[in-house]
Design a protein around this ligand. Structure first.
Ligand SMILES: Cc1cc2nc3c(=O)[nH]c(=O)nc-3n(C[C@H](O)[C@H](O)[C@H](O)COP(=O)(O)O)c2cc1C
Length: 337
């Protein structure tokens, strides 16, 4: 009754304005919460680092070294700043954790050893680094060694894994940064994208889109992307995975483009591997200006968020990949009942 009366008295445009204002406020409220949580916990501001912050930095720096060692052209003494940071973080972390020889510590020591060993095979001795690594690995005498550095993969083994069970298939998925000179046919990419569409999506709204970028358009990505450094010479095609924001409703779905897009992207990575296409997912974590620049140069609509990109290529007969050791599974599980 009262509602009907209000509707009669207040003009429709005012009612719509009110509804829109409330919706806008709820987006702003949630966006402010996002800012608060991110600034408080992620490494944005200069602050005292938590163990979790330190471990993330340690793993990222170790990754830079393993990634560098896996490239087809390894620069001698590359990543000096990463090596210094690994040593610094290991020392800080030793003062914060009880187990001085846990999995992460051994993983990082393994990366330093892999770096030293690589240089030794090239006739370059790194005495100062050897000394520091020995000091840090002291508490780990006799402890199991963690696989670190790089591993050599034979295309024949990698291809066989595609017709194996999912366990073997998934354990043979690697980010590959070394491709043959023969580009992947678009036909194969279409088949993989079709298979990837089996990915779940919120209410089956299927917001994901894929742009196959090659030729002159590819140069626009290569010119500005910082995640392909060291293997750009092997890249013939890149898939840009986006999510259509127009598919989503209301404030609470603001992250959904990235969730649906991320799930689709993983499905695509596996689908590509199924069709024997090597992949390396590359980030699109950029500022507004760079995002606009790329969208304009590729003609991508502003209504789509770029989730990430996937470098795709045929794999050579043999190639190196980074070991990219995973955390101890027990560390990432908590049972709640
Ligand atoms: C969202 C995302 C962004 C990534 N960005 C890059 C990148 O810019 N450059 C790169 O070489 N690798 C990139 N990677 C690959 C990761 O380094 C790789 O997945 C990780 O080290 C684990 O190794 P694996 O994929 O071989 O198992 C990215 C991966 C993801 C999921």
């Amino acid at each position: 009754m009262t509602r009907d009366l209000v509707k009669k008295i207040i003009p429709r445009s005012v009612l719509i304005f009110r509804v829109n204002l409330l919706a806008l406020l709820s987006v702003v409220k949630l966006a402010m919460r996002d800012v608060f949580v991110y600034v408080k916990y992620a490494q944005v501001l200069n602050k005292d680092l938590t163990v979790a912050n330190i471990e993330a930095s340690l793993i990222a720096n170790c990754h830079s070294i393993e990634r560098g060692l896996s490239l087809s052209n390894v620069r001698l003494r590359f990543g000096g700043a990463n090596i210094d940071r690994i040593i610094q973080l290991l020392n800080i972390r030793l003062n914060m954790v009880n187990d001085k020889c846990d999995h992460i510590h051994r993983m990082a020591i393994g990366v330093l050893d892999a770096y030293i060993n690589y240089h030794e095979t090239k006739g370059v001795s790194l005495p100062e680094l050897i000394l520091k690594t020995r000091e840090l690995s002291g508490p780990c005498a006799g402890a199991p060694v963690v696989n670190s550095g790089t591993k050599r993969i034979l295309k024949s083994d990698w291809t066989v894994s595609q017709s194996s069970d999912f366990g073997v298939f998934a354990r043979n998925r690697f980010s590959i940064r070394n491709f043959s000179s023969i580009p992947v046919e678009n036909e194969v990419l279409y088949k993989a994208i079709n298979l990837a569409q089996r990915a779940p999506s919120v209410c089956n709204r299927q917001s994901s889109r894929v742009y196959i970028v090659y030729g002159c358009a590819l140069d626009k990505i290569l010119a500005i992307h910082n995640g392909i450094r060291g293997f750009e010479q092997h890249i013939h095609k890149i898939l840009v995975v986006t999510s259509e924001v127009q598919s989503f409703f209301g404030a609470t779905e603001r992250h959904q483009p990235f969730i649906d897009g991320g799930i689709f992207l993983m499905s695509l990575v596996y689908a590509l591997q199924y069709y024997s296409v090597g992949t390396c997912t590359i980030n699109w974590a950029v500022d507004i200006a760079r995002d606009k620049q790329l969208k304009m140069s590729l003609g991508l609509p502003d209504s789509q968020e770029i989730i990430a990109m996937i470098v795709v290529g045929n794999v050579p007969d043999e190639f190196n990949v980074a070991c990219s050791e995973r955390l101890d599974t027990n560390e990432i599980i908590k049972t709640i009942n």
